[in-house]
Design a protein around this ligand. Sequence first.
Ligand code: NDP
Length: 252
Amino acid sequence: STAPLAGRVAVVTGASSGIGEATAEHLASLGAKVAVLARREERLAELVSRIAENGGTALAIAADVTDVQAVRAAADRVKSDLGGADLLFNNAGVMLPAPIEELAVDQWQHQIDLNVTGLMNVIGAFVPQLVQAAAERGVGDLINTSSIAAQSLFPNFAVYAATKAYVTHLSRHLRVELGPKNVRVSAIEPGIVGTELQDHVTDPGALDWLSGAKETMEWLTAEDIAHTIGFIASQPARVNFQQVTIMPTGQP
Ligand code: NDP
């Protein structure tokens, strides 16, 4: 087959909505078999049928990425059913901005548990498969979803931004560790993308800021990010995008 990702096995976390859902569909359209992970089973089932209707292959695995045992079981399932992953889009995340003085400690912890610990659980479970695939077939991809918040400074986003700075810096370090084993590591850093991410925000000031931002600029779509991930993964094995920042044209 001439499909750019034919023969590849992708794992996408946070695949039940937004960026992950769009990316799973796009990677499948490029020929990859795709394992889709998130907590909402019905949403995953709908996604898998849509991919199948379009001639692709997908496998739904309902799992909470903060649960290390569930993530290990998911990795075993990808190994037994699809032969192991060679592309990991490590994307599940949550954004809960609030002024630091509100001491929203539960929201701080939630962001750290998912964006840092959950991301690490997935890395721990799937990196062995990526390394093995790269040794056997010459290429593997680990693409972590960071954010422009890893680079720019936004009042009230300190904890979220810090989790994403962790993702970017971790990715840079893993790149030099895994690159010699033919596993390409990338961090994607989007500006604002219209997804369900904004629906979880509870802080009134942050909600005002978001609705203002919706009026003054056209946001990116999840498909814009999906196409970028497809492009990164379709490069020749020697080409590694270390960091890709993608912004709405109107976002300062
Ligand atoms: P969504 O809220 O639409 O998607 C988040 C996904 O993560 C959902 O599929 C959700 O599924 C999943 N998820 C949440 N908690 C868990 C969990 N404990 N275990 C497994 N999966 C979980 O938002 P986006 O698509 O926008 O977000 C994707 C990534 O992009 C995040 O890392 C976000 O920080 C990042 N990002 C988003 C930007 C934006 O403006 N939208 C900008 C920059 C970065 P479920 O609830 O079914 O588990």
